[in-house]
Design a protein around this ligand. Structure first.
Ligand SMILES: Cc1cc2nc3c(=O)[nH]c(=O)nc-3n(C[C@H](O)[C@H](O)[C@H](O)COP(=O)(O)O)c2cc1C
Length: 382
């Protein structure tokens, strides 16, 4: 049950914790947070305290089953915050309904030179230039298997897979083999309820090779052959013009692809309210992604209907932001930057707010609101 502790946390986070954290270099804060949380989450007491204080559960309104996977609520952690799957117990305890970890890659990768992050507080954004640092697929999947199986009761894992950021995976054939290597490991270990192919990391060696129809066709043909039991999603870039974006969707529609995640980081730096030197490389998260993500969710839902399940990502800081993506066509919503800017109580507050918004619109369950913005408003009887 959510309590006033959640409201207190919001105020304490905004007025005390965030000002302290935001004075420190963001890479150091991220490292410190990972270390602290991975120690604290070992205590049942701490996990229970987090759940009691912050998580919000209302299965009647928020639970839904998609592709055979049940989600107790539609709010998930997006890829990139927990690249090595070190924090599933914490993410479950604070109330996420799913967690996308990674992106993992077949080979271990130490990423780009630091710093990886820059904060843009006025723009509610982060500049991200990590370059897919991660421990590598095999040890990460082993780590997931070490958690007690109950960790993943009512908490599906979405495993994000990308191409190793290295010269060793620079030709198309090598890159496809690299993705398939990770997927074969996932299949062999039987880990994860969903799998996402990240084809849109802007910060890597060789760029984003699978964002043309011909090359995406080549990748997806190889992925089909792996015959994963999990539903497969594709993490889409958001800076493609609609004809190019829809060309990728048309290719995906002919393959074993259950859905699309819309989308990744923003490459355009227009309209920022903070000054940002051109020397600082990286894509933008948070609010600068919001409008573009919403527009692409709308166009995808209108053009492809229920062919693709949509995971809406980008700039979600409130229940209203999440509800907007759901009404535009997203079945699930994932976030990172909102969590960093607003604090750990945000997840429960979004879920609580969603129930309020669903009730106000007369929906009995979240599934009724998906895509509702594109349907004529039902007339209520007087
Ligand atoms: C610190 C950080 C690291 C990220 N790393 C990845 C990644 O490894 N794979 C991926 O698909 N997206 C990655 N992203 C993009 C996010 O998953 C998400 O698409 C984007 O940040 C927009 O969501 P947000 O506004 O809620 O942060 C990363 C984002 C951030 C902020």
């Amino acid at each position: 049950m959510i309590t006033s502790v959640s409201d207190t946390t919001r105020v304490v986070y905004k007025r005390v914790v965030k000002p302290i954290l935001f004075k420190q270099q963001p890479d150091a804060v991220h490292r410190h947070m990972l270390r602290t949380a991975s120690v604290c989450q070992r205590s049942v007491l701490v996990r229970t305290a987090m759940r009691t204080a912050w998580a919000y559960r209302d299965d009647t309104h928020l639970s839904q089953t998609l592709h055979g996977v049940t989600f107790t609520n539609p709010i998930g952690l997006s890829a990139g915050f927990d690249k090595n799957f070190e924090l599933p117990p914490t993410m479950k305890a604070i109330g996420f309904g799913l967690m996308e970890g990674g992106s993992i890659t077949y080979r271990q990768c130490s990423g780009n030179p630091r710093p990886w992050f820059h904060r843009l507080p006025k723009s509610k954004s982060l500049v991200v230039h990590v370059g897919l640092a991660n421990d590598g697929a095999a040890p990460i999947l082993e780590r997931i298997l070490l958690y007690p199986t109950r960790t993943f009761d009512s908490f599906p894992l979405n495993i994000s897979v990308a191409k190793t950021n290295s010269k060793l995976a620079s030709t198309d054939e090598e890159a496809v083999k690299d993705y398939v290597g990770s997927l074969e490991l996932i299949k062999a270990k039987g880990v994860g309820e969903l799998v996402t192919l990240n084809i849109s990391c802007p910060n890597t060696y060789g760029g984003e090779p699978f964002t043309t129809p011909e090359r995406l066709e080549m990748l997806l043909a190889a992925v089909d052959e792996v015959q994963l039991v999990q539903p497969v999603f594709i993490k889409m870039p958001i800076n493609l013009a609609w004809p190019d974006f829809t060309a990728l969707l048309r290719v995906a529609a002919t393959h074993n692809v259950a859905g699309v995640t819309i989308g990744n980081l923003q490459k355009q730096r227009n309209d920022l309210q903070d000054r940002l030197s051109e020397k600082i490389q990286g894509g933008l998260s948070g609010k600068p992604t919001y409008a573009l993500s919403n527009e692409l969710i709308t166009r995808t839902y209108k053009s492809f209907g229920d062919r693709f399940t949509i995971i809406g990502v980008g700039g979600v800081f409130s229940a209203e932001d999440a509800y907007t993506k759901i009404k535009l066509g997203a079945s699930l919503v994932e976030l990172i930057t909102g969590l960093i800017f607003e604090g750990p109580q945000l997840v429960g507050q979004i879920n609580q707010g969603l129930v309020r918004l669903l009730q106000a619109d007369g929906y009995a369950n979240i599934s009724e609101a998906i895509g509702a913005a594109h349907r004529p408003v039902a007339r209520r009887s007087a």
